[in-house]
Structure formats: structure tokens, C-alpha cells
Design a protein around this ligand. Sequence first.
Ligand code: ATP
Ligand code: MG
Length: 645
Amino acid sequence: MSEHFVFPVPASALEGTHCTKEQYDALYEQSINDPDGFWKDQAGRIDWMKPFTKVKNASFSGDISIKWFEDGTLNASANCIDRHLPERANDTAIIWEGDDPADSKHITFSELYEQVCQFANVLKKRGAKKGDRITIYMPMIPEAVYAMLACARIGAVHSVVFGGFSPDALAGRIQDCQSTFVITADEGLRGAKKVPLKANVDTALEQCPDVSSVVVVRRTGGEVAWSEGRDVWYHEAAATVPAECPPEEMSAEDPLFILYTSGSTGKPKGVLHTTGGYMVWAAMTHEYVFDYKQGDIYWCTADVGWVTGHTYIVYGPLANGATTLVFEGIPTYPDAGRFWQVCEKHKVNIFYTAPTAIRALERLGDEFVTKHDRSSIRLLGTVGEPINPEAWLWYHKVVGEERCPIVDTWWQTETGGVMISPLPGATDLKPGSATNPMFGVKPALVDQDGNILEGATSGNLVITDSWPGQMRSVFGDHDRFKQTYFSTYKGMYFTGDGCRRDEDGYYWITGRVDDVINVSGHRMGTAEVESALVEHDLVAEAAVVGFPHDIKGQGIYAYVTLFEGAESSEELRKELVALVRQEIGPIATPDFIQFAPALPKTRSGKIMRRILRKIAENEFGNLGDTSTLADPGVVDDLIENRQNK
Ligand code: ATP
Ligand code: MG
């Protein structure tokens, strides 16, 4: 069905746009044919302490070395704060919306400056210095952003670990990057529930004897244990230091942060990003993808524990001097209308979230959306997984009142920022397609042997040349970097994702290559079968995997979650099979359909198909790395009720 829908650029999106269709074509062409000229211009978005003379120096073969703007120097925090002070000191940099709807505040750029300088001085006084790795394990409070920018200010490398991770997961990440410094809070607050962050740190540190300093921000005032000498209250330490701290001069290729991937496909990787290229990429993509204009209120609902939070809550928006909303709570507290209540309260113009949230909210009914005024919203965005056309249409119609373009942004922790996405003023939309490449991005589809495929076709998605925001290495394991991304196809960056390109050159991500199903020689992406299933009125979410099949090679096993209040039945099972046959063809007929109250997801909300595959294969004794699973309880129910016994 998706093929038949095209949503042309609405007239409203052309008003003052940074990029029309003609401009996109011209700029994209320049970015590919004259990369040095293009990136020299784009790098002007950033304040350099010492200008660079060399733009790009990257090779995807041999030892894999990637450098951008290598002889330039800069500081990321100065770019996010100091340079806005002359003209915008009293403008709002951060709107913080607390877990409790009565709790919110505005932080200006000059306040941000003081807070970050003070935080930086606390870190320095405790002995932190350039190059040190500092682990940040925080709730979504302004101090999480201050802490990140304070690290950047003094040249320390932050590793933010999502506050929902367990002590074990935290310990593993602290050990992996040999961090000796942790920043945390007494407790977090999500949906009125307390998260024992400091207690988790204490447990984690039993396995991390090298950590010598823990800075604790007071959030709830709850009881915490204390290790004298190691632990310090942030507010006490901050009272003793000045609110001025000169930014450290960093080389463009000095590390800015390490961030662990979500763990959808296996053990998380410590993705290393550096300073210059990342900042240019973050600022440029934030402006173009969201068509950001000064004065816009911009809200990305991610957590700073994910790359989306890094690039599109902190570095991209603040580099552009935007007002960025930081939300502490969850979408369903006090009720499922929370997102839209916040949009109404703060007059949000640009709203960016994940398909998992969209599907979950759709499941709970339209009234939660429509009871709030959403007229301020101009643009919607999604990231994290393929968005099923059915969910896209709901987002477009019910949330966006058919008024707002949707930017479906495909990218990865590894890519630093958006790689394939519509631009609001330039791209006609097709629900479920991430559409066209960002400037400087050269995507290609290859077959199993690495041959580049032309025209309308399906294949494995690779990027054939470097872009500034690209990760530089896996921290401490350059070999894993080479193996994971550059050994499958010689001279190309392999994304791990399968993809289809249509007659208009639009890209459609079909899921992970590992998840591709091969039925009697026909290769199928999980996303396509899932999208057919969720077209049924009663189906909220679906996950599809392959399992060994004597005749077909692989069979299709579908897990289906129904809308609130809907009942499963044999009849419904038959209807779903018929629907898939009609939408895709008899070849995609599911062999098994299991009705499941919930699906296993990562903490960032992505479906973990590798676990579902094990269950479908009856191999549930060996589920692999489950440390990033959001709710392990979900798995027991799935095993209990599996169909393929
Ligand atoms: P790991 O690498 O540890 O398995 P992960 O790949 O889930 O975890 P991320 O970097 O958070 O870690 O996610 C990137 C992946 O998310 C992409 O490779 C892609 O599979 C999926 N993705 C992100 N955005 C989109 C999108 N707009 N459309 C389709 N898929 C997307
Ligand atoms: Mg990945």
C-alpha cells in the first residue's frame, strides 16, 4: 500500500525553508563532486580556535583511518554556549519539563554558561583532566546536560550510560572505557517512581575498583549510602568554585565522547566520536533535517543516554543556538496524553520521537492526543526503527492534523547524525521511507558478494565514502571496528541494515540484514511483513522472524500484539494470514502467529528480534546478551506460549 501514498511538500513547509527541492539537488551534487568546497563552507557553522587547512583525510581500506578538519582546533562546549552570549545571553537554551507536570523551568544561555563552567571547575578540582573518561549516569535533569558540556569544556571524554541500565550493565561500560570518574544523582524520577541511581552506582563500583571519584547531584533528596573521600555532593562542591572556566583547546580529532550502541544485535560496542567533524555534522543536520529557524521550540523526546539525545538534544540544537526541551518523565504519566500536554504547554514547534512511542500511544486511543492543542507543532520526526506506514499515517493524521511533514530519519550511533531523511521543504514524503541521503552521504546497495546494484532493487545498505560525523573507532578495540564495519564489503562502511530503493530513488530500510528471511529463495525484510500485519485494525505491533524449515529453508514466525481491549482468536489468525498474502503475496504467508501481550525490547525501545528468533527456533536456553533488555519478564511469557513446539 505504501507505494501508492505520496505526500507532496505542503506550501507551509516552504515558508522560509533552508532548503527547497532545487537547493537540495544543487547542494547534494556539490557535496559529492566538490566535497572540500562543500565542507569548508559547512564548517563555517562552527567557531574554530585555530582554523583548519585540511578538510578530509579518510580511507576505508587498510587500517581504516578517518580524519576531518584535522589541523583545526575548537571546543564543543564553547560552540554550544559561549558564542551565543553576545547576542542571545538571555534567550532560553533549555526548557526543562519535570516528571511532575507542575515542575518546569527555563535556563538561558548565560545561566547555562555559569552552570557548565561551575560543573567543569568541580570536575577539575577533583582531578579530572583532558582525555580522562567520565561516566555519566543521570536522570533527565539539566545537570545531565551541564555534565556533558562540562566534560567537553575541559577536554574529558564523556560516556553517558542510560539511567535505566542495571548496575551490571553500568559496571561493564565503566570497565570497558577504563573510566575513573562517575557523575550521578541520588535518585531519578520517572512516572512518579524513584530510580535508585546512586545505589546502582555503589553496586556497580564493587566491580570497578579504579573509580576514585563520584559526583552526586541531589534530585529527590532520598537517602543514599556514602563513601567518604570517593563521593561528593555536587551542590557542596559547586559552592566552592568560580563560575568561569576557559574552554580547553581541542584538536578536531580529539575524542568528544564514547557511547555504547543499543545492543539490538549483540554485545554493545563503545562507539568513539571526535570533536570537529561531529560538531559540524550535528549542527548541519539539525538545521536542515528539522528546518530549524531561530526562535523555534524544539523537542526531541530521547534520553541523553542514546546517541539521539547527544546529537539532537544537546550538541546539534545548542550549537545552533536553539531552545531545546529536556523531558524527565515518560509518555504515559500522569496519562497517555503527556507528550501533547507538554507540546501545548511550551508551544513546541518541532517534535522528534521514536516509532516505539508512536505505536504505544496509538494503541491507547486518539482522545489522549486530541484533547490537547497541537497547533504550535509544525514538523514531526521519527528515529530508531523502521516506521510502519500504518503508524506513520496515524502520526500524520491524528498527531499532525495532516498539516505537518514527517521526517523519518535513518541513522545509527555509529553515524553520529542523520544519514538518510526527508528535508521538510524539499522532499515529497512516502510513509515508511527514509527517502534521500543527507549531503555528503553516498549510500549504495550491494549483493552478498559486495557488487553494487543499480536502479530500483533491494540489497545490503553500505556507505561508500566518509562523512564528518562518522565514528572513528571502537574504543580500545580498533580491530573490532575494522571487523564489524569494513570487513564484510571491501572499501565500504557496512551498516548492517537491509534496504530497498524504489523507482524514484527513495530508500526504504527493511530491517537488519541478520533478520532478513529467506523463504524458498525469496529474500524478505522483516519490516515489510510486519507492516502488512499492523495494517489490521486490531494489531498494534508485530515482530517477524525466520526459523529453520525443512522444505522452504526458512519459515515465517510472527509475534503480534493487539490493541488494548482486542481479543485474539483463530479467526483473527486466519484474517492476518490472509492480509499478509494479499499485501505481499503467498510467499510471505506466516507459518506461525503467536499473540503476545508484549515484545522484548531494548531499553531504547527497539524490538530485539534475535531473542524472538531463538524462541521461534526453540533455542530459548541460549538467548545471548540480554543485558540491554528493558523487561526480561516479557520473554518468559513468550517462551511459555510459543507455537512451534
Ligand atoms: P547494536 O548496534 O548494538 O545492535 P542498534 O543498532 O539498535 O544496536 P543504534 O545505533 O541505536 O543501535 O540503532 C541504529 C539502528 O536503528 C540502525 O542500524 C537501524 O537498524 C535502526 N534505525 C534507526 N533509525 C531508523 C529509521 N528511521 N528507519 C529504519 N531503521 C532505523
Ligand atoms: Mg547497530
